[in-house]
Design a protein around this ligand. Structure first.
Ligand code: SF4
Length: 345
């Protein structure tokens, strides 16, 4: 009898994390000896993309191509089809998502910012009269502040909780637009959340995810903003759900990006729709554009890709676009009143 076949070990490409662009990154890349590197740069850093590509070429001797498709997170790194000949990827501005498998060795450069004075920030928090028990949530660029800011806030008499999220989050306290499970883990123990970072993207996501006031502290400007009106955000979504309630023909949107693909969820939702007398077509895409949905004989959509497309950009689409939990609200399977954020696990 022939010997049984020897199992072939599955070769999972590794991810590497660097705080900034610098000698450590270049040295690791030289050691990897890539032939060709694909470089992905988020919108905020595009101006530097070509200087950085030139620097990578100079430091490593490899060919470098720049991926130009807009990217929004570590969920949509360049696919094999987009950069077929590249044996290594360098992804700027994002942390890896631990449960998303990369397609080639990938070097995540988080662009950590060392700025922000913890004592001055704690004084600003004290002057704004926040509640005593605070949950801390921080954008990746400012994660190095967590320890010192926690101590400074505690010296000022506050109780600070930092939550550990699920396997989609690389760090405690980390903010990710589709997953605030770190905050959810400590929500019952705090009176409010303090988000440390810039912009409204994460404060809005957090406000959807946790039923606590979310204050925002810009660590570089040392400016604090009062909480977003969570009730108003949710009422707007409830109105969208109500508009979609009578829809008979649904489109279920599925992204092909590695970290946004929820095809099993889409298939389960399709069955739920059919069992409730609706028809539901699955539509696949990579990056979604409102023009892609124009002219279709569908009444409403449920988006299983990035939840922020429906929540932040839903108004760009002519027909109502719901998240999966909102879709279940529209079918009458979840209550409309206790709103549920579409956490991407
Ligand atoms: S799914 Fe959306 S929020 Fe989550 S990482 Fe990707 S782009 Fe960001």
């Amino acid at each position: 009898m022939a010997d049984p076949p020897t199992p072939v070990p599955v070769n999972i490409p590794p991810s590497f994390v660097f705080p900034t662009i610098g000698p450590a990154l270049f040295s690791a890349l030289r050691d990897a000896k890539p032939q060709r590197i694909v470089l992905q740069v988020p919108a905020g850093l595009i101006r530097n993309a070509h200087d950085l590509a030139a620097r990578l070429r100079e430091e490593t001797g490899a060919r470098v191509t720049v991926a130009t498709r807009a990217c929004f997170g570590a969920c949509d790194f360049p696919s094999v089809d987009e950069a077929p000949k590249s044996d290594v990827a360098v992804v700027l501005g994002h942390s890896p998502i631990p449960n998303v498998r990369v397609v080639r060795p990938t070097y995540f450069v988080e662009m950590r910012d060392p700025g922000g004075d913890p004592e001055a920030l704690a004084a600003t928090v004290a002057s704004a009269a926040l509640p005593r028990k605070l949950g801390l949530v921080v954008s990746v660029q400012h994660l190095d502040l967590v320890e010192a800011l926690t101590r400074a806030l505690e010296r000022g008499g506050r109780e600070v909780r930092v939550g550990q999220g699920d396997r989609r989050l690389a760090y405690p306290a980390q903010a990710l637009g589709c997953n605030y499970t770190g905050a959810e883990a400590v929500a019952a123990d705090v009176d409010a959340f303090l988000f440390v970072g810039t912009g409204r993207f994460h404060p809005i996501g957090l406000a959807f995810a946790v039923d606590r006031p979310v204050w925002s502290l810009d660590p570089l400007q040392n400016v604090i903003e009062p909480p977003i009106d969570r009730g108003a955000l949710i009422r707007k979504r409830q109105l969208t759900v109500a508009r979609a309630r009578d829809a008979l023909h649904w489109g279920i949107l599925v992204s092909s990006f590695a970290g946004q693909n929820r095809m099993p969820t889409a298939l389960a939702l399709q069955e739920r729709a059919q069992s409730r007398g609706r028809d539901a077509e699955i539509l696949v895409f990579d990056r979604l554009d409102p023009r892609d949905l124009e002219g279709r004989a569908l009444d409403a959509y449920v988006n299983t890709a990035c939840p922020r497309i429906a929540l932040d950009d839903g108004e760009l689409y002519a027909k109502p676009m719901l998240t999966p939990p909102e879709f279940l609200m529209a079918l009458g399977e979840l209550p409309l009143e206790s709103y549920r954020f579409d956490t991407y696990h």
